[in-house]
Structures are given as C-alpha cells and as structure tokens.
Design a protein around this ligand. Sequence first.
Ligand code: ADP
Length: 483
Amino acid sequence: MSLAVMGLLGAYQYTSDLSDLSERTRSMEMLLAERLAQHDAHLSGLGAVVRMSPDEPSPSIQGLAENIITRYPRITDIATISIGSGTVRAVSYGRAMGPEIIDLQPILDLTGLEKTGDTSARPATTPHAYEIFKLVAPKRLLRLRIDTDALLDMGDEGAQYSSMLSLNHTVLFEKNGGTDALLTASNTLDTSNHSQPLHLMVSRGFRLNELCPPQLAFPLLAGLAAITWLIMRYRHASRERQSQERRAMLFEQEAKLAQAGRVNAIGEMASGIAHELAQPIAAILSQSQAAKRALAIKRPDILESAIDANIRDARRAGDILSRMRAYVSGAPARIEEISLTEAITDALRLVEADLAQRGIALAVTMSDNVGTGHVDVISFQQVLHNLVRNAADAVADRQNPNITVDVLRQGNEVLIVVADNGPGIEPSSLDRIFDPFFTTKTEGMGLGLPLSARLLEKMNGSIEACNDGGARFTIHLPTGMLP
Ligand code: ADP
C-alpha cells in the first residue's frame, strides 16, 4: 500500500517535472533560434561591408567586427578568407590589437559553397565551438566562430538539466546535470536555421528523493497509516457488532428452545406423574371400598389388611411426589468440603443391613488418596443409596449376588464405581435410563437415576453407565484438597 502511494507520488512528481523539461526545451529552442538568426544577420551585415572592401585588411570590417565581438561574446572570431589561384589568404578581425593575417590549415574545404550567399556550418578545430562559412562574393568567404558554451548559456538556473549540442553528428557541447539518476527523460530538437543545422538534446535525470520528496512522502505515509488504521478499526468494530448480533440471536433462539423444552418436559412430567399416581390412587380407592364392606360384614381382619394396603399405597404416592419435588427442585445444593471416605462409609452403612438380609455381598475398596470432595452430603448419600438399591434389585435372582463399590482418585476427580453381577442394563435401554419415568421394573418409578444425575450435576459432578459383566455406574466428582 505504502509502495503504491510512493509510486503515485513519484509518478505525479515525474509528470510535473516532465512538463518542466518540455518548458525548458521550448525556452532553449526559442533562445537558439534567436541567437542563430543574429549570426545570420551579422554574416549579412559583415558580407555587405566585405563586398565594399576590396582591399584587406580593411578598417571598416575591423570596426564592425570589433563591435559585434564586444556585444556578442559568444562570437569569438570573425575572419575573411580570400581564395586566389592556388592561394588562400585569411584575415582575422575584431581583436583589440587589430586585424591579423592568419594561417588557414588544413586547406579549406569549400563543399556546399558554390554560389554567393551559400553558407555552411562545421565543427571548429578548437573544442566547444563551431564555424559558419558564407560565400559573400566570388572567391571571398566570411567565417564566424561561435563558442557553444556561451551560445547555450541561459543564466545559472537549470543545473538539474543535461544538454548536448551537436553539429553533423559531432558533439560540440555537453553538460551533465547529475549522474545518480533513477530515471532520465529527454527531449531533442533540430534547429530550423538552414545555415546552422544544430541538433540539441535536453534531458533531465530524476533522483529518488526528487521523485519522492521526504517532506511530501512522510506526511502522506502518516496520513495513509492513519486512514488504514481507521479502516481497520471500523472493520473490527463492525465485525464485533455483527458477532454480537449473531450471539444475541443465538441466545434468543436458545432461550426459545429452552422454553419450548421446559414446556415439553412439564407436559411429559405431568403425564408421568398422572400415570404413576393413578395406580396407587386406584388401589387406595378399591381398598377403601373393601374396607367399608369389611366393616359392614364385621370382618376386622379384612379391614386391617385393606387399611395396611392403603397405608402402603398412600406412602408410595407420597414417595413419588417427594421424589418428583426433589427432581424439579431448583434449590441449590448445600455444598461443603467433606471427607469422601467418611461420606461413602456412612451412606453404605444405611444399606448394609438390608443387603445382608437379602444375602447380597458388598465389597468396598477405597484408595488412600481419595481426600475430600465438595458435595451436598444428603444428596450424595441419596445418589449412592439409589445406585446400591438398583444394583441390589438387579442381583436379587443371581447366584452369589454381589455388589462392589470402588473409590479411587484420578487427577482432579474422584471416581466412585458401583458395579454388580446382575444381568446388566438392556443395551436398547442404555441411553434412556437417565430419562424421568423410564423403568423396566413392574414396581419401578423411573426416577432414581434421573434424580441422581440431577443431584450430581448440582455438585459439579456427573454419572455414566455401562455394562461390564453386570451393570457398572461411575460417579465423577471434583476433588477438594489432597488428604
Ligand atoms: P427404577 O429403579 O424405579 O426403575 P431408576 O431410574 O433408578 O428407576 O432406574 C431406571 C432403570 O435403569 C431401571 O428400571 C433399570 O432398567 C435400569 N437399571 C438401573 N440400575 C440397574 C442395574 N444395576 N442393573 C440393570 N439395570 C439397571
């Protein structure tokens, strides 16, 4: 991105400098045209005087030449050349000490100077100069020597421009405006003057710091960085807003689902309760009618057994209701840090007598590092009680019925594994046994396991079931401190 901006900046600077170069070339073209025309004018003026001065050296030519050289310092020499039969006589004019006969070596080449008025420009024998020859009269020539440095002098501005002046492919003048350029642009022009067909090339080199001036590049880059930062902030903020909206939408959907789930669960539960209570209530009704009849026929024995049955069924109904209340209760667990070994021993003590009476063996093993756990003691004991009671139901018809309870520590949890040597859980029922009212027992309520799972959840624990010979239930509880 910054490179692109630097590139744009450079391109802009380059284009604007290119137009400066064109401007410079145009100025040089105009200046050259004007100066070359002056040379032509001087040649014409001098030619007229030469034609009027048959004898040389001539004071008239000297006067005019002196005047021209003083006023136009780029004209460094004015000479006349007279060609005799086999001789060439040249006189140099314009010098302060007066005209001087000079030696013209090598022998003058008169190509292109056939008739009076013909001109020819050639590179001079001295560097940075060229000479214009004009046949001003038969066998009489005029010669102006032009200093190219002075010819192209445009004042001291334009140090950054290079220029090269050539005549007939000979370089007369060369100025270099800088070497460490990154880019160079050139303009060329051929003068429209026939007597002096000069070729000029003006060029401009561009250094990196010219194309991308730091005083422009830095504020621009800083501005760009600020804009980029703002865009990124804006994008981040809008992404954040979108994800918040999505989250809010999801929450709303979840809340609606949970509400629908609750309504569903209440419906299921209500029908479950009705179903469960229907049986003891119907029994109480028929037993109460039997009791009434027994009273009429004065049969206290039948009356007593009917009342006993009523008491049993009323207790069962009460039991169903209290378990339901425990299951749906939103009351938080009363969590305390206790020794799990003690809590488990106490819970098992409550069932030991019943198991012994039914001839069921109970084997308990606890590893030494069980330590403490954060539990609600009453709920925890109720869970253990449910599991052992279910295991006892499962092994009731087995030979050598036995239940094992293994307590061990695993990382940050304590595992309590209750296993039995019963028939195991029916594979098709495995994923339903924690559903309320799911039971395979004729007298079952299907509330023991869901209630246990709910109570453990409140203690940040969990329970899972599998078959391993018989059934095997594993309670996971987070540990407290190490023993
Ligand atoms: P209930 O004991 O009243 O049936 P539970 O929720 O405690 O209700 O148990 C649900 C069902 O899970 C039982 O009816 C039984 O099918 C199955 N189950 C529970 N424990 C065992 C076990 N130890 N062995 C085999 N099946 C079991």
